[in-house]
Design a protein around this ligand. Structure first.
Ligand code: V47
Length: 370
């Protein structure tokens, strides 16, 4: 492997190669150079090498379902990148009842899910008991299923709306059966871009603080970054280094998920969205800079199964899961399928010479398919 890379690596990336081979940390300047380097193949080879050295050749998938419980959102006019959030009077607005959610979960459990990912809009009217209610009802029906629910933005919203501390919100959710936090909602941390695409929404410090509090309580979480809108390379590097810093402090992040912007039906629909090259470059740089994250996730719902497969050689080692239902990207014009079977995910991983492993919600291996 090393000899192959050395034979085609451009001279101006050799110092980064040496850092990867000796497990030394990359700097912000290294990140910027990788994000702007003309040789995407070399950047990918470095990320593939870093992935192999740091976390080996397993690529993880999870048997999971997604439930977006409601799209009614107090920020429906604020977030310019979002096509999902609606005013409560919008004909497309919906909110699932607890019974509907339990029925969905039970139907998925019959085909073997281990986790449900649940996020929604910031609903101005629902009581706190709705959230604890759906968690405890699903947990009662399916005690073995891990509930990965809410973004840091929802947790902060609950704290303000229901006049509780973030700690108290997390305690009450945990008592109901909540498992871990999703990574969504921050988009991009640099204030000048965050303010342009989501003016007034909880900024980086608030997002990081909710994750810090959760990690201190032993609650695991993921992290995301929305790219392909108004950000530049320096904002991507800034975002990744802020996450790396918090991970150094707490170790509580399980995975990082780069989210490719889908412009259709949003207030930024005049933007073209990221190219396939950009998708690969961001994935690779995330792997290279985030040396303290074990998993870098290629989310096939937005990348497409084909780009996801290629991403596995550009640093990713997680393909998310079976999913079954998704609304955030599909409101934003995504044409990707709603579900991938376990067999399809396994084939996609094997197709690039890596080893599929079904995981649980804490990255424990449940099965390595024969
Ligand atoms: O927070 C919204 C983003 C996120 C658009 O934690 C959009 O494992 C692109 O967070 N184009 C929700 N992105 C999805 C999310 C997620 C997905 C997969 C795995 C995990 C995880 C988390 O989607 C939102 C926002 O950042 N988003 N609208 C759009 N038009």
């Amino acid at each position: 492997m090393a000899a192959t890379i050395e034979s085609f690596l451009p001279r101006d990336l050799y110092d980064i190669y040496e850092k990867v081979m000796t497990d030394r940390r990359l700097t912000a300047e290294d990140g910027l150079r990788l994000l702007t380097h003309p040789n995407l193949y070399a950047v990918g080879a470095l990320a593939d090498l870093a992935r192999h050295r740091r976390v080996g050749d397993y690529v993880y998938y999870i048997n999971a379902g997604y439930i977006n419980y409601s799209n009614v959102c107090a920020l429906h006019r604020v977030c310019k990148f979002c096509a999902f959030g609606k005013h409560r009077s919008d004909p497309e607005a919906y909110t699932y009842t607890i019974e509907e959610m339990v029925e969905k979960a039970k139907a998925w459990a019959r085909v073997g899910i281990n986790e449900i990912h649940m996020v929604g809009g910031l609903h101005p009217d629902l009581p706190f008991e709705y959230y604890t209610g759906f968690i405890s009802a699903i947990k009662k029906a399916l005690p073995h299923v891990h509930l990965k629910c809410f973004t840091a933005i929802e947790i902060d919203f609950f704290a303000r709306k229901f006049r509780m501390s973030v700690e108290e919100v997390l305690d009450r959710l945990q008592e109901a059966g909540h498992g871990s936090l999703t990574g969504g909602g921050i988009e991009i941390m640099a204030p000048e871009v965050h303010e342009a695409i989501a003016p007034g929404k909880l900024p980086a410090e608030g997002y990081l603080n909710v994750h810090r509090i959760a990690h201190r309580k032993g609650i695991r979480s993921n992290a995301t970054m929305l790219y392909g809108h108004l950000e530049g390379p320096e904002h991507i590097v800034d975002h990744l280094l802020r996450l790396r810093e918090l991970q150094d402090e707490t170790g509580g992040f399980q995975c990082f998920v780069p989210l490719a912007f889908h412009p259709t039906n949003t207030a930024l629909s005049h933007l073209p969205g990221p190219t396939g090259f950009k998708d690969l470059r961001v994935m690779a740089v995330a792997r290279l800079l985030l040396d303290n994250f074990k998993a870098i996730k290629a989310y096939w719902v937005m990348l497409s199964p084909r780009m996801t497969q290629i991403s596995l050689r550009w640093g990713a080692n997680d393909v998310d899961g079976t999913i079954r239902e998704e609304k955030i990207y599909h409101f934003a014009g995504a044409t990707t399928p709603l579900e991938q079977s376990e067999q399809e995910l396994v084939q996609l991983i094997r197709g690039v010479g890596l080893v599929p492993a079904e995981r649980d919600s804490y990255y424990g291996i449940l099965k390595v398919p024969a």
